[in-house]
Ligand binder design. Structure first.
Ligand SMILES: [Zn+2]
Length: 452
């Protein structure tokens, strides 16, 4: 039994106590250390002249290349093999001629990619989500993951006028409750946690009351979940006034954006990134383009021949296990016009990101979000396995897996699907080799019943 199973079984008061303890620990990780230094720095650097930002970014890159060459066996070997010394890289053009780093390279060279000085950066082991293929394990410096990422997140919120300490509601993907209450207040971060897996009318009504009771200033989470809450508010004729809505993790459909901005009387700002922090980009509200977060990364593009591009990212802050010209597997359209009306010097780099394109599952009595399906499928998968859940009609779900399926495994998956979807369904589990990718992403949830 895992820690989370144990947690689910606690009585509500004990569960609340466990959550508060965890929340305090998490807040300590995020806000101790160099958080305020980073936050103050980032609030200033965003308004530097674009040329100043680019030259600082290049200096960060040079430092990283020196460090990689002298302390990371993988890069020392690679640079020597190509006859390159870090000093030879005098422009981004030179840099773009260095070889890329694939996910396979990270798996095969896990040991030699570690800096001999990794210990100085308090690294911990992290795992990628695997949404674009191979799941990788890598080292992440604690400061990058906690202080920097939190500071950057709050700077992002500031783009809609949010101030440090403002109260937020998170409609998140994490499953933190399998029975009521489907919400929690994390007082350490002034954060109202709302489960995005239980969005029925009764809970939506409760969520709106909670947002009012805790005087929430802004909302963050998955756009598909926030859109359901927004739809409910419009249906009830009771729009709210928020400072901002911030989304991540999924494609924002234009009709969802419209509903959300109307229901919360504010702009929706979307962000792009991944655990590896090799490429980070955010919308500012002026346009639908994304600013590169140049203090943390360099974003490049590799043409795929069909008019779209793979995002190549370099993390400027991971000195424990440098990711230089990392193939993210994410597909985008670049933006060449680097000026933005918002006045920030951070260059505009991306005009469109091809993110997840999953459907909702529509049952007679309720709708299930794709994120809910993904969260329940995740623990049932074998390493590297692809899957597709297809709703054929109101009564039939087919689950296709790229890995081997025997009767025990099929039965386990059937039971799990019926538990969180509906026991009235027929669930068929099959092996297939025919799962296709679109823009490098598998469509994990397809509904032939859904409206889109
Ligand atoms: Zn802008």
């Amino acid at each position: 039994m895992g820690v989370m199973d144990l947690y689910y079984r606690l009585p509500p008061t004990a569960r609340n106590w466990a959550l508060q303890t965890y929340g305090a620990w998490q807040a300590y990780q995020r806000f101790s250390g160099k958080f305020s230094v980073w936050y103050e720095t980032l609030m200033k650097t965003q308004y530097l002249d674009v040329e100043d930002i680019k030259s600082s970014q290049f200096q960060f890159l040079k430092d990283l290349l020196d460090h990689a060459y002298s302390t990371v066996p993988y890069y020392n070997r690679l640079f020597n093999q190509y006859g390159i010394k870090p000093d030879d890289v005098t422009s981004l053009d030179d840099f773009s001629r260095l070889p890329t780093l694939s996910k396979e390279d990270v798996v095969n060279s896990f040991n030699s990619l570690q800096s001999s000085q990794a210990g100085n950066y308090q690294p911990f082991l992290a795992k990628s989500s695997g949404s674009t293929g191979l799941r990788i394990t890598y080292l992440m410096p604690r400061e990058l993951k906690s202080s920097f990422s939190t500071a950057n997140q709050w700077r992002f919120y500031s783009w809609s006028g949010v101030k440090l300490g403002d109260r937020r509601a998170t409609l998140g993907a994490r499953i933190f409750a399998t029975r009521p209450p489907y919400w929690a207040w994390n007082r350490w971060e002034n954060q109202l946690l709302l489960s995005s897996h239980h969005l029925d009318i009764e809970n939506l009504r409760l969520y709106v009351q909670l947002i009012d009771r805790f005087r929430i200033d802004f909302i963050q989470g998955h756009p598909s979940a926030i859109a359901i809450l927004a739809e409910y508010l419009l249906m009830e004729g009771k729009p709210l006034r928020m400072k901002g809505v911030f989304t991540t993790g999924e494609t924002v459909y234009s009709d969802d954006r419209e509903i959300i901005e109307k229901a919360f009387s504010c702009k929706l700002l979307d962000s792009y990134g991944m655990g590896e922090c090799a490429a980070v980009a955010q919308q500012c509200g002026e346009a639908l383009d994304y600013h590169e977060i140049s203090e943390a990364c360099i974003i490049e593009f590799d043409p795929l021949g069909d008019g779209s591009y793979e995002i190549i990212g370099t993390s400027l802050l991971n000195y424990a296990m440098p990711f230089i010209r990392y193939r993210t597997g994410d597909i985008a359209l670049p933006e060449s016009n680097t000026m933005c009306e918002c006045g920030k010097g951070l260059p505009v780099k991306i005009s469109k990101i091809y993110g997840r394109i999953d459907d909702k599952i529509v049952l007679p009595e309720r709708t299930i979000l794709p994120v809910t399906v993904r969260m329940h499928m995740k623990p049932l998968l074998l390493p590297g396995e692809l899957y597709q859940v297809i709703q054929e009609d109101l009564k039939t779900i087919r689950v296709f897996l790229s890995g081997p399926v025997d009767s025990t495994r099929a039965y386990r998956i059937q039971m799990e699907m019926m538990k969180f979807l509906s026991s009235d369904l027929t669930v068929l589990v099959e092996h297939t080799q025919g799962i296709e990718k679109h823009k490098n992403k598998v469509r994990n949830v397809i509904s032939r019943v859904a409206e889109r």
